[in-house]
Design a protein around this ligand. Structure first.
Ligand SMILES: C=C(O[C@@H]1C=C(C(=O)O)C=C[C@H]1O)C(=O)O
Ligand SMILES: [Mg+2]
Length: 462
């Protein structure tokens, strides 16, 4: 919690300058945090469109926590051994940061970004989003249960004029609540996707591999390329996602000409001090048109052997992966139903207490990819995907999210996602293939999973 009387921006800058003198440094990275009056996070994100600034947006699936990062103060790119190379760079960067106020969770130096599904990315289409990219924004809005904080990351040197800088920083939050003029929404012109016969062959090949015993489950996906009559307006897309996908995480990384966006219900891992939260999510059925039909469908999903098998692979693997890193895992023996706007999933929440010597980076490394996105056994499934899926996954199904200076953070898997470039969007959706999988039904399942993003893009209306 903030101390009873937190320092103002001006006071924090003066403290930074004093500290710089005492340690005899000529410059210092400072993370300034102040509590501010309510700022609407969607409006804050929207306001900074067309200003040549990188934009990042995060909303959790409980609708209780938002982060909006604008501008690129520091970038961390992964090297070999990508999760730990990012951890090392992050820890190095943090030792150089001066943080004048006691920080509130989710404020201060924090990085947002993500990782691709595979260790490396080849396709030029993904040139902006390589194997690992995390950003410490210049200005960041944090909304925690309605309370707002601004973080400003700045470099101070001996010539810094504290009053002038304070005035400049205040400008980040000026005029934000002016009404955002929405553009005329883009219209869908064409879509292009894998031919059904090729999909059928892909699924048959996977089922054969499962039948001959070298694979248990493999998650296969397809792309949907959508072209619009004009550049896609991310602000409109975000507005719709926030309204329509209440039970999903919402994530946007808008960088230059490219943007990656996901509205996913699936958390990989959340770490809050030593508490760990993960989700097993696999097994899908549509929503019904009435409460009664909804309920019948939910019951049949809970009792369906094929879907239970898809789900069980995920539960077993997550349990096995986190067991050595945690004390006291709480994992219900039966899945529940998670209802989204257009579909229902089998869902098992996992909570545990993280042992002191492990971090969120260890967890990402151990968990990614779970059999909700990869398969079982992991190596064989990932290889099958690489060799047989007719497109490069890039950040689709990759771990994306945020991590703060204390190692708290939340990482989701970027499914129900799209890569956007001007008037084109590539959407992704996949499904868990097990022995009983039928190609047509799996195709229909991916169709269902495209709908939330396609709808937010204005491609279909309901
Ligand atoms: C792979 C995706 O979703 C995964 C596959 C599911 C399934 O096959 O039932 C359900 C949720 C996710 O584990 C996706 O949406 O792209
Ligand atoms: Mg499925």
């Amino acid at each position: 919690m903030l101390q009873t009387k937190p320092f103002t921006i001006n006071e924090q800058l003066n403290k930074a300058k004093e500290y710089m003198d005492t340690v005899n440094q000529t410059q210092l990275m400072v993370s300034l945090v102040e509590k501010v009056n309510f700022i609407n996070p969607v409006q804050f994100f929207s306001y900074y469109q067309n200003q040549d600034l990188l934009r990042l947006f995060w909303r959790d699936s409980e609708d209780s926590f938002y982060l909006v990062g604008i501008g690129n103060y520091k970038t961390i790119q992964s090297h070999q051994n990508r999760f730990h190379s990012v951890q090392q760079q992050w820890e190095g960067l943090l030792t150089d940061f001066f943080i004048p106020n006691d920080s509130v969770k989710g404020t201060g130096p924090l990085m947002l970004g993500g990782f691709s599904f595979n260790d490396s990315v080849m396709d030029d289409k993904w040139k902006t989003f390589q194997s690992g990219l995390m950003v410490v924004p210049e200005a960041m809005l944090t909304v925690i249960q309605g309370e707002c904080y601004m973080t400003y990351n700045v470099t101070v040197n001996e010539n810094t004029d504290v009053d002038a800088l304070t005035t400049k920083l205040k400008q980040w939050t000026e005029n934000i609540n002016d009404q955002y003029e929405s553009n005329v929404p883009q219209q869908l012109q064409t879509t292009n996707s894998l031919d059904y016969r090729n999909w059928e062959q892909l699924i048959r090949d996977a089922v054969n591999r499962i039948k001959n015993g070298t694979l248990g489950k493999v998650v296969l996906a397809r792309e949907l390329e959508a072209e619009f009559n004009q550049s896609i307006d991310l602000n409109n897309v975000l507005k719709k996602l926030v309204e329509q996908q209440k039970d999903s995480f919402i994530y946007i990384f808008d960088y230059g000409d490219d943007a990656f966006i996901s509205a996913t219900p699936e958390r990989l891992v959340k770490v809050d001090e030593n508490e760990l939260l993960s989700t097993c999510l696999a097994g899908t059925i549509k929503r019904g048109d009435s409460l009664k039909e909804d309920d019948l469908l939910a019951q049949s999903l809970l009792n369906d052997e094929k879907n239970r098998s898809e789900h069980q692979y995920v539960v077993s693997m997550i349990k096995e992966a986190i067991e050595p890193l945690t004390h006291s895992i709480d994992l219900p023996s039966q899945p529940e139903i998670l209802q989204l706007r257009t579909l229902q999933h089998l869902y098992t929440p996992v909570t545990a207490i993280l042992k002191d010597s492990y971090t969120i980076f260890d967890l990402i490394e151990k968990l990614h990819p779970t059999p909700a996105l990869g398969g079982e056994p992991r190596q064989a499934a990932v290889m099958f995907i690489k060799e047989n899926e007719p497109f490069e996954r890039g950040w689709y199904a990759g771990p994306v999210g945020w991590i703060d200076a204390h190692g708290n953070g939340e990482i989701i898997v970027a499914i129900r996602s799209a890569l956007i470039n001007q008037n084109k969007a590539t959407l992704f959706a996949g499904c868990g293939i097990v022995e009983e999988s039928d190609p047509y039904e799996e195709y229909e399942e991916t169709k269902l999973k495209f709908t939330p993003m396609l709808e937010a893009l204005g491609g279909i209306s309901r």
